[in-house]
Design a binder for this molecule. Structure first.
Ligand SMILES: Cc1cc2nc3c(=O)[nH]c(=O)nc-3n(C[C@H](O)[C@H](O)[C@H](O)COP(=O)(O)OP(=O)(O)OC[C@H]3O[C@@H](n4cnc5c(N)ncnc54)[C@H](O)[C@@H]3O)c2cc1C
Length: 372
């Protein structure tokens, strides 16, 4: 049904935005919700490992059976852990670098995100595909919404805005929020058609300038990425395929896993510093709140980005639901504290993992992390 006005406008249909929509419908079904998504989830997305703990969140969101249905069609690949040459040259098997319990998955991320959006739509969220929200103006207690192109079914106004635009945090930043970052980690990733190795497991390899990982994806694809700080990447020429290949050739285990693999993309550059947004929410009615990567960004080493996105979408729905349906703003403060607390405990675990690698005490990359 077309509505000119909704209670909540969610901007971004990644895991965080979709989880917020799904959970809002369950927690405060009297509220109307629209989700703007710039794409139709048509192209491959980076960020693929879903750790075992995600099962509980997918069950909570009521999408576990639908997810398992995708698994039965081999849309996602089951995996049982990670091997890491971390602290020593030979890769050691680890159940998970940051997690425990059962098997995880290497996702077809576009299919996963599209599934979450379709489930949200089935529960009453108005999902606006290929509808980028260009601008939103706050007038008192109302948001005026301006999509990039006219969309007949797009609402014009909303009572509250959830920024789920990923690492851009586009709307929160326009409202004056700023990032508090602890590093400038950047990923230089490429997708491949699998070669000799069809091992789906994640393989991590540290080197003096940072670390590499590769993982087998569904559909015979493979991802490989080099992670280093933005300033250290320049002399390595990682943004250029020839420079990227030269750095790959200097690895031990990663290059063997990639033997015979054929690149299908140029080098995709993604900034992925550890950082949080300050503040993550503002205002009561007519206010905003950030979820997922917009609220905080974790090192991909943690494989926690999707999990964190789902969790923050759920917590945000409680805060926004209580505000708009019961007039209780206290949940917004609790939400802000939970994002801050989560970031602090993540930072402690991250420091412990980086401290395990002591082979290059003179290198800028490791010096910045070990003992920081
Ligand atoms: C190299 C790399 C490897 C990673 N590996 C992992 C991993 O193994 N496991 C893991 O859990 N995480 C991983 N991550 C992190 C993970 O990808 C993110 O944490 C996760 O995607 C965050 O979800 P999100 O919903 O917050 O944002 P996103 O997934 O970024 O979704 C944001 C959405 O907003 C839409 N959008 C943006 N602006 C607008 C607008 N104006 N209007 C409408 N729509 C808009 C975008 O199209 C997109 O769909 C990795 C990240 C990188 C860079």
């Amino acid at each position: 049904m077309t509505r000119d006005h909704v209670d909540v406008a969610i901007v971004g249909g990644g895991p965080a935005g979709c989880a917020a929509g799904l959970s809002l419908r369950a927690h405060a079904p009297e509220l109307t919700v629209a989700l703007f998504e710039a794409t139709a989830w048509e192209s491959p997305r980076v960020g693929e490992t879903l750790p075992p703990l995600a099962r509980r969140l997918l069950e909570h969101l009521g999408v576990w059976d639908a997810f398992r249905g995708q698994g039965r069609h081999n849309i996602h690949r089951e995996i049982h852990g990670t091997a890491a040459a971390w602290g020593a040259p030979e890769p050691q098997e680890r159940p998970y670098l940051f997690a425990t319990q059962g098997n995880g998955w290497h996702l077809d991320r576009a299919a996963f995100d599209a599934l979450l959006a379709a489930e949200a739509e089935r529960r009453g969220v108005t999902v606006l595909r290929q509808t980028r929200l260009r601008r939103a103006e706050r007038t008192g207690t109302t948001w005026r919404l301006h999509p990039a192109k006219a969309a007949a079914d797009a609402p014009r106004t909303a009572r509250f805005l959830i920024d789920a635009t990923g690492s851009a945090a586009a709307f929160a930043r326009r409202c004056g929020a700023r990032f508090v970052a602890t590093d400038q980690l950047t990923a230089f990733a490429r997708l491949f058609q699998e070669g000799e190795s069809t091992d789906p497991g994640t393989l991590v390899e540290a080197f003096a300038g940072g670390w590499w990982y590769t993982a087998g994806l569904p559909g015979g694809l493979r991802i490989a990425a080099c992670l280093t700080d933005a300033d250290l990447a320049r002399p390595m020429e990682l943004g250029d395929p020839a420079g990227w290949d030269r750095q790959l050739a200097a690895t031990e285990s990663i290059r063997r896993r990639l033997q015979g693999a054929r690149p299908t993309t140029p080098v995709l550059v993604r900034a992925t510093p550890s950082r949080r947004l300050d503040p993550v929410t503002e205002g009561g009615e007519g206010g905003w709140l950030a979820v997922g990567d917009a609220a905080s960004l974790f090192d991909p080493l943690s494989s926690q980005g999707i999990l964190k996105g789902l969790r923050s979408g759920i917590f945000a729905s409680y805060a926004v639901g209580d505000l708009l349906a019961k007039g209780d703003p206290a949940g917004l403060t609790r939400y802000a504290r939970s994002v801050e607390g989560e970031f602090e405990s993540y930072s402690r675990v991250r420091a412990r993992y980086y401290a395990e690698e002591q082979r290059w005490p003179e290198s800028a990359f490791w010096r910045r992390r070990v003992g920081a």
